[in-house]
Design a protein around this ligand. Structure first.
Ligand code: MLT
Length: 256
């Protein structure tokens, strides 16, 4: 079990854990931490292995889920609200398979339940090989236009720079490990109907990595669920439109 570095805000009795995506770090949640970590809540965002301040690399989504459990135990939290963005959502769904009793609410942000198809899997391994020989820069460049909406890319240089800064915290080993872990992750679609806690599904309207249809499929299957579509946002809705994402999260948390 790895000891995950984390950022934390607030000192409430209830804990919300926010899990970052690929190739990002806890810093992607900087606008959410103060919005959520207030009153009864403490908001915690870990760096997964190989990202930000946590060394190593992810071997599997199950292992990453167990790292989260170790963090939740170390925080002294019993049942938490677990939020995952994209790869963080794949890991949150693995956590639900393994440790569902520790979750009192689930937030699935710009993510999906399905596993990779054969082509996507091949692409991940090919990219991992290129990262090994050419360095992590190729992933950072390739991902940027897919992470944010076109309007963000062309008209909001401050957001683009912030995304690049966050991507800069990913290590070469971390990227390679995460690509393989994502390629090998199991399909979680069959698990959704068994989720007994309330869930919030958030998706950017213009998300091209995990589009609205993916979110709608999840929301159509989870029993107690709210779906929120964020206008004018791409995949990285929490960084592109934090006010709208924070509003969706805080309103849903208040009703838990
Ligand atoms: C992410 O944002 O975490 C990744 O793009 C997800 C993926 O590549 O499937």
């Amino acid at each position: 079990m790895a000891e995950l570095a984390y950022e934390s805000w607030g000192s409430g009795r209830e804990t919300v854990v926010l899990v970052h995506g690929f190739p990002l770090t806890a810093a992607m949640w900087r606008a959410q931490l103060p919005a959520l970590g207030t009153g009864a809540w403490r908001a915690v965002a870990p760096d997964l292995r190989g990202f930000g301040r946590t060394p190593g690399a992810i071997a599997s989504v199950d292992e990453a889920a167990d790292d989260l459990l170790a963090l939740i135990d170390a925080l002294g939290a019993d049942r938490v609200v677990l939020g995952g963005f994209s790869m963080g959502g794949y890991i949150a769904l693995a956590f639900m398979r393994r440790h569902a009793a520790r979750v009192r609410g689930l937030m699935l942000v710009d993510t999906k339940a399905e596993a990779d198809g054969a082509e996507a899997k091949k692409g991940r391994y090919a990219l991992a090989d290129r990262v090994r020989s050419e360095g992590k820069g190729i992933v950072i460049e390739a991902m940027l236009p897919r992470l944010v909406a076109d309007a963000t890319l062309s008209g909001r240089p401050d957001v683009v720079q912030a995304v690049l800064d966050v991507e800069g915290g990913a290590t070469q080993e971390g990227i390679i490990g995460a690509l393989k872990a994502m390629a090998e992750r199991p399909d979680s679609s069959g698990d959704l109907s068994a989720i007994v806690c309330p869930a919030l599904v958030i998706v950017g309207h213009d998300d091209v990595i995990t589009p609205v249809a993916d979110a709608e499929r999840m929301a159509g299957t989870i029993p107690d669920v709210k779906l929120v579509v964020i206008p004018d946002a791409g995949h990285l809705s929490p960084m592109e439109h934090p006010a709208a994402v924070n509003a969706a999260m805080t309103e849903w948390l208040a009703r838990l």
